[in-house]
Design a protein around this ligand. Structure first.
Ligand code: GLU
Ligand code: MG
Length: 476
């Protein structure tokens, strides 16, 4: 990946030296004249609890921020979703500082926040090294490891949100029409129009937008891109949705569970694996092969590596206590550890696309993830799991062609289909035991993830589902 390089080819996880800082400053200086109508730039990063945090600089300060970063306490890695702080081995104290550097290649005007531009931040130590808890860099490193093996990944996050027009903190659906109903489009057509326009102006390539199942719920999907770009886009799209919703007097919830008794918000992740063919160019390993449904052996191995690790992956992909209120059978959230062709109750849904378009479109969809996940960390862990599958030449079990919940316990046991963890505690235990993920993410991230998850478990130890839902609803 070659971002934030001002044309130097420097990679986001390499240390900053004097020449690198100079190039970044020069890059910022070239951008500033085009930012006349912009007052400030919001630098964002996502913490361990999946909350997007920010520091901003006036445009006049962008050049300095690009070269030297903006000071920031490292304590946020240890924040819980209610802004309380746990202490892990590597994060959590009041001492220390790190530097946030805007990724200038991704800097964009936010059409939904006039006068503001946005750039995802890379986090460095004061010595110019990538901060060990920087999840964007962890993802960039994982991309590089796959590239060293000749692979690249295209990814996209689906964004679901529920809209409320409640005056207080409660949730009152902002529309009344039925699931997927045209009525819901008509009820909020000006809002949805403004949203599409804002995203287009911000340079986001939207694939589709539709009313979803739950009360007040909508969903938007975007084009696949490189993994770091996909995680950035997930942040940008959500902040755009949030801003347009506020503008229209509504509030958007991205929480895994907005109402305790309803379908939740998923954060499904689409992934395809590509290799560069000298003659044909990029070739999609999820299609055109001789394995089941046209998978190639490598596409299968990558998928199998993820499938086998889903219990551990939930600690980063379904990271909130509320996530487990969403993860219930027959809610299209994929709570059984199985895969299937176009099966919306399997944790991994193979999407082949229409005949004729498969070489481009075929991908896997990880359905059990939600939007409390830090998208950088979620993708880094998925890529690491896929890479472990490639290394082991892992094979997939038989695909599942029905809702696993419709089978008896004995039938599921015969097929080797297990329920994924039904609590955050079980997911964290699986995560801590997984060697491939530990090696890929490093001890700092693994320890901090576990400490933050345990903190949230403790926070909600005596809470009812309603209390958990209410406390989580407006945090992500
Ligand atoms: N809202 C569902 C979930 O919690 C997903 C619905 C769909 O398949 O798009 O994941
Ligand atoms: Mg959906």
């Amino acid at each position: 990946m070659e971002r934030n390089d001002g044309g130097s080819g420097r990679r986001a996880f390499e240390p900053l030296d004097a020449a690198g800082r100079e190039r970044l400053a020069a890059h910022a200086a070239r951008l500033v004249p085009g930012l006349e109508d912009v007052a400030g730039v919001a630098l964002t990063w996502v913490d361990t609890s999946g909350i997007t945090r920010t520091k901003t600089v006036p445009v006049a300060r962008l050049e300095h921020a690009a070269a030297w970063g903006v000071g920031m306490s490292p304590v946020f890695d240890a924040f819980l979703l209610d802004d309380s702080i746990v202490s892990g081995q590597y994060a959590g104290g009041p001492v220390g500082d790190l530097r946030l550097h805007p990724d200038l290649d991704r800097l964009v005007r936010m059409a939904a926040l006039p006068g503001w531009a946005w750039a995802p931040a890379n986090r460095y130590t004061q010595e110019g090294h990538v901060h060990p808890l920087d999840t964007r860099a962890a993802l960039a490193r994982e991309v590089e490891r796959l590239a060293d093996l000749g692979w690249s990944v295209r990814a996209a996050f689906e964004i679901e949100w529920a809209l409320s027009d409640d005056e207080g903190d409660g949730f009152t659906p902002a529309c009344n029409g039925p699931a997927y109903g045209m009525t819901r489009l008509t009820e909020l057509s000006q809002y949805l129009r403004d949203l599409l326009n804002a995203l287009a102006e911000t340079g986001v390539s939207v694939d589709q937008l539709h009313p979803e199942y739950a009360p007040g719920q909508y969903e938007l999907s975007v084009a696949a891109e490189d993994p770091v770009g996909a995680a950035d886009t997930a942040v940008l799209v959500r902040e755009t949705i949030r801003a347009v919703s506020f503008d229209h007097g509504m509030v958007a919830s991205f929480s895994p569970k907005v109402l305790a008794d309803s379908v939740g918000n998923g954060g499904h992740v689409h992934l395809s694996l590509w290799r560069e063919d000298p003659a044909e160019g990029p070739v999609n390993a999820m299609s055109g092969g001789h394995e089941m449904f046209g998978l190639t052996g490598e596409g299968e191995a990558f998928t199998a590596g993820i499938l086998a690790r889903l219990p551990a992956l939930l600690a980063v992909g379904a990271p909130a206590v509320a996530s487990y209120l969403r993860l219930v059978p027959s809610h299209w959230a994929g709570v059984y550890g199985c895969w299937g062709l176009e099966n919306r109750e399997a944790a991994i849904r193979l999407v082949t696309g229409a005949l004729g378009d498969r070489a481009r479109a075929a991908n896997i969809e990880v359905k059990c993830f939600d939007e409390a996940a830090n998208p950088y960390l979620a993708l880094a862990a998925l890529l690491a799991a896929g890479r472990a599958g490639l290394a082991a030449k892992a094979v997939l079990p038989e695909p599942m062609a029905a809702d696993p919940a419709s089978l008896s316990d004995a039938e599921r046991a015969d097929l080797g289909i297990e329920r994924l963890p039904d609590s955050l505690a079980d997911a964290v235990a699986a995560f801590e035991a997984d060697e491939a993920l530990a090696e890929a993410l490093g001890p700092e991230i693994v320890d901090t993830v576990a400490a933050v998850r345990r903190g949230e478990i403790e926070l909600f130890a005596d809470a009812t589902p309603e209390e958990i839902t209410e406390s989580t609803r407006w945090r992500h």
